[in-house]
Write a protein that binds this ligand. Structure first.
Ligand code: ATP
Length: 329
């Protein structure tokens, strides 16, 4: 059982926001829809929620064909970036809202709201108004409100998008822990690869209305299906005929290894525990003006005694993930 999206296409005029998208999101997992702006992530989420309809294709939620069901019949909870809260109602009332319109008995509402506020660590703020909460607290309230009606699926569209970096990070960790406690099938949209890599069990990479790849964070990082996925999930540099991650470039201070490409260190930057180099290769390697980016640990850089102008020889590390540079974007 899961969310099954099959051959979904959505057009706006002649423009394909989603182009024959099929994806299966397993029950109980935390899945990220990741991709650049305009790629179609929100459109897919809205179609799963029932807030938008596909031109063709189907959506099944936990075995039920939901393609033609209105949102309120899909048993999904959703939280959007600029979530509309009831400003005049207390936090507890906001969380209780969904239960009250379903005519849940008073005692049951009270018990459930108490539990939910505890879950999102807002018990002490039950009687405040939303305007008396911080942005992060308000997002947690929104999540409690979405969870109140016990949805089978929780859909979050850039839930932490409007918050500052530190609060985002806290909420990210918190969402992961919450999910480990409640196990509700959760799908969240983000354009932030770090957020997706840190929080999700599985990532669906969406670009130009198509699914580029589906996999665990490790799979996507270690076995990117395309140059696009590789570039989107982390820094990539070019070394002669291949593209690879800067930490997968090996540096030697003498020639000797087969295929080693000579170059000169033109930039050396210490960032915390890392040293980042830029190495300019000779023109015969066809890389033109683009220097190779290399990341080393500080101790490794020290052991090589590197400085600006050092002559170095570069190779791809054994086991490095590489893609041919010819198809580079
Ligand atoms: N109602 C609409 N009318 C016309 N075009 C639309 C409409 N909604 C979305 N689009 C277009 O469809 C494409 C996909 O939009 P969508 O919001 O799904 O992207 P996204 O990946 O979520 O991007 P972002 O991260 O910027 O929110 C975009 O190019 C957008 O301009």
């Amino acid at each position: 059982m899961s969310i099954e999206v099959t051959n979904v296409t959505k057009k706006y005029g002649d423009f394909y926001a989603l182009d024959d998208v099929s994806v299966s999101l397993p029950t109980g997992q935390l899945t990220a829809l990741l991709g650049p702006s305009g790629g179609g992530k929100s459109t897919l989420l809205r179609i799963i929620a029932g807030l938008d309809t596909a031109d063709s294709g189907t959506v099944a939620i936990e075995g039920t064909n939901a393609t033609r069901l209105p949102p309120q019949k899909r048993n999904v909870g959703f939280v959007f970036q600029h979530y509309a809260v009831f400003k005049h109602m207390t936090v507890a009332k906001n969380v209780a809202f969904g239960l009250e319109i379903r005519k849940t008995p008073k005692a049951e509402v009270k018990r459930r709201v108490g539990e939910l506020l505890e879950l999102v660590h807002l018990s002490q703020f039950a009687d405040r108004l939303p305007s008396q909460l911080s942005g992060g607290q308000r997002q947690r309230m929104a999540l409690a409100r979405a969870l109140a009606v016990e949805p089978t699926v929780l859909l979050l569209d850039e839930p932490f998008g409007a918050l500052d970096a530190k609060v985002r990070k806290e909420l990210r960790d918190w969402l992961r822990r919450l999910h480990d406690e409640v196990h509700v099938t959760t799908v969240f949209v983000t354009h932030d690869q770090e957020e997706a890599m840190e929080v999700a069990d599985e990532i669906v990479v969406i670009n130009h209305g198509r699914v580029e790849q589906v996999g665990s964070p490790d799979q996507l990082y270690d076995e990117p299906a395309s140059d696009f996925v590789m570039g989107f999930l982390g820094e990539v540099t070019r070394l002669g005929p291949v593209r690879l991650r800067p930490h997968d470039v090996e540096v030697a201070t003498s020639p000797g290894r087969a295929g080693a490409i000579p170059g000169t260190v033109t930039r050396l930057l210490r960032v915390g525990f890392e040293v980042r180099l830029q190495v300019q290769l000779g023109d015969e390697f066809g890389t033109g003006a683009e220097p190779v980016s290399v990341v080393l640990s500080r101790s490794h850089a020290r052991s090589l005694d590197l400085e600006l102008g050092s002559k170095v020889w570069l190779t791809a590390a054994v086991g490095a993930v590489t893609v041919p540079a010819m198809i580079a974007v």
